[in-house]
Write a protein that binds this ligand. Sequence first.
Ligand SMILES: Nc1ncnc2c1ncn2[C@@H]1O[C@H](COP(=O)(O)OP(=O)(O)OP(=O)(O)O)[C@@H](O)[C@H]1O
Ligand SMILES: [Mg+2]
Length: 287
Amino acid sequence: MAIEFERVSHQYVGVDQKGYLAIEDIRLNIRGDGELIALIGETGSGKSTLVQHMNALLQPTQGRMNIFGIKVDNLTKKRKDVKLTPIRKQVGLVFQFPEYQLFEETVEKDIMFGPKNFGASEADAREKAREIINVVGLDESYLSRSPFNLSGGEKKRASIAGILAMEPDVLILDEPTSGLDPLGRNALLEVFNTIHETLNTTVIIITHDMNTVYEYAKRVLVMREGTLVYDGDPLKLFSKKNIDRWNLDKPEVLALAQDIENKFDIHFDTPPRNKTMLKDALKEALK
Ligand SMILES: Nc1ncnc2c1ncn2[C@@H]1O[C@H](COP(=O)(O)OP(=O)(O)OP(=O)(O)O)[C@@H](O)[C@H]1O
Ligand SMILES: [Mg+2]
């Protein structure tokens, strides 16, 4: 098991010392065998808080976790003998707001930071930066630019590049495509999907876009008011009952496929998950 949550809660302590319980009693297993998982839920439901536990950036205020063999609980921070740094390499987290992730003078240095921190030579880290910058859809001219003068979408790409450069075993992306145009969004989703398929990396994507969930995810987690209310198959997630219960947007392709089935007496054996699959399934059905 890569990441195990055992009854994890996290209470933020604010100025008033009263505290705010952001996630509550979470039990969760991430096997680390190359799943692509979507994490969804309303604003404020605890998604970002949950994933910040997965690389021990936040520690439980109650309960415990096991992250690649390292036990993490509310006492971990006080213990001098527990090092959390190896976790940061194994579990790469791209923050929701890239501003919090970018801190070097240039994009190149920013991307090189992770690999160098974990033992790569200067030359290898530089080579890695050159390679990765194209993967996230920026060209090499961005390497010499300051990350602070980039557009929102470019910052997002630069921060993703910095995490990809570390080649984590588990890659967590907190709303990686928010603020990108549709073309850029689809291209990045394909990048994550390719990483998942070719490197067998476990990828966890937080998103509000149900089309993304439906097309890519093999497993979906749903957060609601700090608790994990669903952990399972995307097809079952979009049953009428769940859509009504959790007020979910129905994925466009699913709605279209169901319309076609109802109107034309066609049945799709395997539900198509994107437009190309729908087209192919239709061709097959009309033969
Ligand atoms: N540093 C903090 N101090 C106090 N409360 C916080 C802090 N960070 C988050 N919270 C609160 O915890 C709850 C969960 O926040 P979180 O950021 O995990 O939600 P989210 O599901 O990621 O939302 P969104 O979809 O808007 O990103 C929210 O009610 C938020 O106000
Ligand atoms: Mg969030």
